[in-house]
Design a protein around this ligand. Structure first.
Ligand code: PAF
Length: 285
């Protein structure tokens, strides 16, 4: 049964949200889309999937301070709540949870979730503490919203992998539904941070997708040595003046480096284009 009230309800406090969820849990399936706002088609595809699979859809909008490093873009992170709410209303979201930072992290706050190993490689190596912030806030949001299903975009492949491990390790009865990366017409993976790409940086940002396409083509031609795939991808990034953070070929579950690419190998990369750090990934097949 879908709630058909046509009205978007905005919830601000964890207690109010928890009370609603506890009630829904008695007979409705709850779908959850956690976001930091500044919504784009990628987020909306998650909402659509949640609407399709669940009775109630809750979207959270919370720019989580604990996942930003000291020199990162917390204060300048793009925000446009009015536009977000209009989009969610059009996409028939039932409830939007917009907590205040002090309700999520009161002054006495002291508990952190650390998913060892897979949080420390790739983006975790470049952004120490980032996944502790993500895992902590997502566990808190899940405890508040109590979803059966949580919808997340595969653009943040490592994030999805870390959170799946966290939910499994801590016996949380929520299943993540990973949803495909949404791309602009020219291939750029959709991200709220794409708004930072001004002038020629927007064109240069295509180097991530071009590097992925090149590696996939070489794989199709029979090249399996990931050093060779990595070299070809690096060449494309450098030609487009991108600054490589990492280009890796990994096992899809453990995120461990693989030297020989197989059909399920994931290519995953992070590149700085101008001032903007972008990530992307794809199956190599
Ligand atoms: O992917 C994001 O937008 C954030 O990392 C998340 C999952 C909402 C946690 O703050």
């Amino acid at each position: 049964m879908k709630i058909e009230n046509g009205e978007l309800s905005i919830i601000h406090t964890p207690l109010e949200m928890q009370a609603l969820s506890q009630n829904w849990q008695k007979g409705l399936s709850i779908g959850f889309v956690p976001t930091m706002g500044f919504l784009h088609e990628g987020h909306l595809s998650l909402v659509q999937e949640s609407n399709r699979m669940c009775d109630v859809t809750v979207v959270s909008i919370f720019v989580n301070p604990s996942q930003f490093g000291a020199n990162e873009d917390l204060s300048s992170y793009p925000r446009n709540l009015e536009r977000d709410l209009q989009l969610l209303s059009k996409h028939k979201v039932d409830y939007v949870f917009i907590p205040k930072a002090e309700d999520i992290y009161p002054p006495t706050y002291r508990t952190w979730v650390n998913v060892t190993g897979i949080s420390e490689v790739l983006c975790g190596a470049s952004r120490p503490g980032h996944f502790t912030g993500v895992a902590t806030v997502v566990l808190k949001l899940v405890n508040i919203v109590k979803p059966g299903l949580m919808f997340m975009g595969e653009k943040d492949y490592q994030q999805v992998t870390v959170l799946k491990a966290m939910l499994k390790d801590l016996n949380v009865p929520t299943t993540i539904i990973p949803c495909p990366i949404m791309r602009e017409a020219d291939g750029l993976a959709m991200s709220s941070r794409n708004t930072y790409l001004k002038g020629e940086a927007r064109q240069q940002a295509l180097c991530l997708y071009k590097a992925i396409l090149m590696a996939k083509q070489l794989y199709r031609e029979g090249i399996r040595d990931t050093n060779m795939l990595c070299e070809a991808a690096s060449e494309i990034i450098k030609t487009n003046k991108g600054e490589i953070d990492y280009i890796e070929f990994v096992d899809p579950e453990t995120l461990a480096h693989v030297g020989y690419a197989e059909a399920d190998t994931r290519m995953i990369l992070a590149v700085k284009v101008g001032v903007t750090r972008l990530i992307d990934n794809s199956l190599i097949q």
